[in-house]
Each structure stands twice: as C-alpha cells, then as structure tokens.
Design a protein around this ligand. Structure first.
Ligand code: C2O
Ligand code: CU
Length: 521
C-alpha cells in the first residue's frame, strides 16, 4: 500500500468513514442517536426532472440543496435535490465529450458527486477520502467528466448513500453514441426505478452518523418512479419504436421486471455498453446501480406495462396515443444499427481469449460482533421471492453493530487493497458466503467497480446471454438461482479506485475495497 493511502485509510478509520468493527458495548438505538433535520419549513418545493443537453467543452452548474417533496402520497418530505429536481436533471452528452460540472453544496451536510460507470480521470470520481475531501456545506468542487463510452449511466452522492441517495441525490447521465443522420432515432425516455420507505408520513430512522437497516438495506414500501408513487406513463403510437433508459436507483431493491402486452421488447444496452445486437427479452433483472436500454413497440389498440414481478406493481404504463408521425418513418423502424456495429468492432471476444494476469476471489461476509446479545441479523424477515419484507424490516442493528465485508479468499483480508498495472486483465470470482444456502441470506450484493469495466464470464454455472461491458453485477440472485459470478476486469484506467456493494447500507457498513491501478510507464 502506498504510504499516503495508508495514512488516508487511517484518517478515514479515525473519522469513521470506513467502518470497521466498533468496540463499543452498547447497541445504537433511537435514544442514543441524533435524528437528522426533518423540518420542511421554508424549503422550496421540488421541481420535475429536466433534460440538459451538453456538448463537448460545456460547463454546467449543479447545486445540491434541501427541498420539500411530495412523492404523490400526500406526505410533505424533506428531501435532497440537484438543482431543485427530484430526481436530478438528466444530463445528456455525446460520446467522447468532456464536460465541466461546477458543483455547489447547499446542504447542511457534506457530500460529493460520483459519476457511476464512467471511466473518467481518477481525481473526478467523487469518493470522499480517496479521490477528494467531502464537499462541506457552502463549499464547491469542479468535476471534469470525460465520457469515453456510450450508454446509460448515472450520477449520485457518494456520502451516506443510504440517506442522501434515498432522499433524491441522483440523476441520469445519458451518453449518446454517434447518431448517423441517416438513422431515424427512436424517441427516448428515462425511467428512474426507485422505491421509498415512508412511515407515519416521513422517512423513518434517518440519523446523523449512523446507517440503519444495516443488515437488509433500506427497502422502500412505496414506489418512487421518477420521484413519484405512480408508474411512468407513456403515450405512444402503435408500431412506433420507443427507447427506454431504465436505471435502478434504489438503495437495496433488485427489480425483477416483466414486460406484458408489447408487440416487441428488445434489449439494446446493458451496464456500460450497447449489446452487439438487439436481443428480444420478456424479463429483465436490474440490481441497485444497474442500467439497461430497452426498446418497446406497442401493438394496435392495446395497453402494455412493465411490472415488478415480486412486488406485483406496475412501474411503467404504455398506452396508445400521441400524434402520428407525418413521415411515417418511425412505423417500420428497426433499432439504429450504428451502436451495435460499434460494439461488435470492439472485439469483446478477443478479451475473453486472453489469459488473465491475475485471478482473485472475494467472499461476501456479514460479521456481527454482538451476535449473542441480540437476535438480529441472519434472521431476515422474508417476503416474496427471497425479499426481505419491508413491512417487517428492522432498522437495527446499525453499521456500528455489524460489518458487511468483502474478504479476499486467499489472504483473508477484509476491505482488500490490490495493486495492479494499467492494462492488466484480472478475473474475479465473487461468491456469496452461504454457498449452499442461498435463501439463508436473500439480500443481493450488487458489486460495483469504479473507473473500469468488465465482462461477466459466468453466472453460477451458466454462460452469460450477452457480451456487454458492465461496471456493476449481481453475484447472487435468489430468483435465477445462482450465488457466484466470475468477471473479467480490464484495468485500463490508472488511479485509486473503490469497489463496493451497491446496497448503500452495506457499503456504508464496510463492504468496500480498493484497486490501486499503477500507470503503465
Ligand atoms: Cu454508484 Cu461507488 O457507486
Ligand atoms: Cu451488499
């Protein structure tokens, strides 16, 4: 480990930013914790999400601030917004562009902005204590964001994500592939798939300096699609292709989506890249942090919907309507071929044929020092399909009482720090602690590697259905029935990069590690 990194880690430990096991003897309860300010007095009302088109060299001002937001339930909630919007503005820019984001923190708490899935320059990655200091209230930070890859990405806070992201600090970042003028492009829509936990008219158990729901993660009991409890609503012409950017912005929930009533459903992109060719699907699983582009075509005189299988809730309702396209161009439109040609030209198969420079394995472990004192933890309150049941979830223990860990299988080290050389290809097997007992711990642990991209080489015993660059993968899926994946990471971006579980309550409770990527000389 580099000396400065060791020092930074020690400072972080002292500041409680990386939580290793606290040696305190008491349990954290509402009496010993301090509630965050929940007052909505004097706050501006939130606004609807807007799309901002950015070009190479553009500068954009982004401000985080508290707002009052009604998710459609009639509750008046103190939330956090980027530029007053919940979710934050959708940023759209062409592949290859560099944009400058001038960020101001008008919250009462420190925060940062992370650009999820973007292989940008390390100093702009937004990880507190690793790539920058947290941006204190009233302070600013300028992010230079380069966009080498086309696809659906997102940006979000990287401080106290279980609370700040829950309260609205996230937005879509759409990177457009080159759009050949001869291609008609389908109309595009962003759908933020989220949930929200509301009890007695407010967000329950939000405390300063403590992560609640540290075992299961903060699951919502309420839909929160594009900031509301209503499904997304689209009016489209029958036989017209529409392009949906689906982003799982939930803290802990995996969406098991079904598509019902469409004439065609084609998966166009997943994770950090386009597929080599569109692929017909009728289901789609998206863990926290994961994204996909899906094209849908509606038949004549019908309504179609995207549903979450386990919740039984409609997330998007697609109905006939709208004005006919005068040129009739869209009616026969196939998916624009350009991005898929670009994907095929990358030779992803060639990467699979390489011999990895290194192989490592991670075990995902819940460590519970006070296990005998309380009967929390492994005793999950299971709902449908291996879900914890949000109606029965326990906010305690907190992150002070348990640790979620990524453990290097060979050394046994938790929160491992690896040094690799730029250009290295590393195979990582990620396995769930209870190999033989997947339903014992049903909570998925979507693993996210910052600043790099990877191909999944196997899901359990299965080969992947598609060859796509990803930055986040679910290593255990109780529905699909696997609890181990192997990924091949291509470390082409130098710097100090975090990897972690994207269930925010888990990463805040220690489920992290670091790749130190040494620049090629
Ligand atoms: Cu979207 Cu470190 O995460
Ligand atoms: Cu996790």
């Amino acid at each position: 480990m580099k000396r400065w990194l060791l020092v930074a880690t020690l400072i972080l430990l002292a500041a409680g930013c990386i939580s290793l096991t606290d040696d305190d003897t008491h349990t954290h309860t509402p009496d010993t914790l301090h509630e965050m300010n929940r007052s909505t007095e004097g706050l501006p009302s939130s606004q609807a999400t807007q799309t901002v088109n950015l070009d190479d060299g553009d500068t954009y001002q982004l401000t985080a601030e508290p707002v009052e937001h009604d998710p459609g339930t009639g509750d008046t909630l103190r939330m956090m917004a980027y530029n007053g919007q919940v979710p934050g503005p959708t940023l759209k820019a062409p592949q290859g562009a560099t944009v400058e984001i001038q960020f101001d923190n008008h919250l009462e708490v420190p925060t940062t902005v992370h650009w999820h899935g973007i292989r940008l320059d390390n100093a702009n990655d937004g990880v507190p204590g690793i790539t920058q200091d947290p941006v204190a209230p009233g302070e600013s930070f300028t992010y230079t964001v380069t966009l080498p890859d086309a696809g659906t990405f997102w940006y979000h806070t990287h401080v106290d994500g279980d609370r700040q992201q829950e309260m609205g600090l996230y937005g879509a970042l759409i990177v457009d592939p080159p759009k050949d003028d001869t291609d008609a492009w389908p109309p595009e829509h962003v759908v933020h798939l989220d949930d929200l936990l509301i009890e007695d008219g407010d967000l329950p158990h939000v405390y300063e300096g403590a992560v609640t729901y540290a075992v299961d993660g903060r699951w919502g009991n309420q839909l929160f699609v594009d900031g509301t409890d209503e499904p997304a609503h689209l009016e489209v012409l029958p036989q017209e292709r529409h392009r949906l950017h689906l982003i799982n912005t939930a803290n802990a929930r995996t969406w098991w989506l079904t598509f019902d009533g469409f004439d065609r459903v084609e998966k166009i992109a997943a994770g950090a890249s386009y597929l080599e060719a569109p692929r017909s699907i009728d289901t789609l699983t998206l863990g926290p942090g994961e994204r996909a582009i899906v094209d849908v075509v509606l038949g004549t005189e019908q309504t179609a919907r995207i549903q979450d299988d386990a919740m039984g809730e409609t997330l998007a309702l697609v109905e006939p309507g709208g004005m006919p396209d005068p040129g009739g161009l869209l009616t026969t439109l196939e998916a624009p071929p350009g991005p898929h040609e670009q994907a095929r030209a990358e030779d992803r198969r060639g990467v699979l044929q390489q011999t990895p420079d290194q192989r490592i394995a991670w075990d995902l472990v819940l460590s519970q020092p006070h296990e005998d004192e309380h009967d929390h933890g492994h005793d999950h309150h299971e709902g449908q399909a291996g879900y914890p049941d949000p109606a029965n979830m326990d906010p305690f223990p907190t992150d002070h009482d348990v640790d979620w860990l990524i453990r290097d299988a060979e050394s046994g080290q938790s929160q491992p720090v690896y040094t690799v050389q730029q250009g290295d290809v590393v195979d990582i097997t990620i396995r769930h602690e209870h190999q033989d007992d997947a339903e014992h711990e049903p909570v998925p642990h979507p693993m996210h590697v910052h600043g790099q991209r990877f191909l999944v080489t196997s899901y359990g015993d299965e080969d992947p259905d598609e060859l796509v660059w990803k930055d986040t993968v679910n290593p255990n899926d109780p529905v699909a029935g696997y609890n181990e994946v192997t990924i091949r990471v291509v470390f082409d971006n130098p710097g100090t990069w975090l990897f972690h579980c994207h269930v925010n309550g888990h990463s805040e409770a220690g489920m992290t590690g670091i790749f130190e990527v040494q620049p090629a000389s």
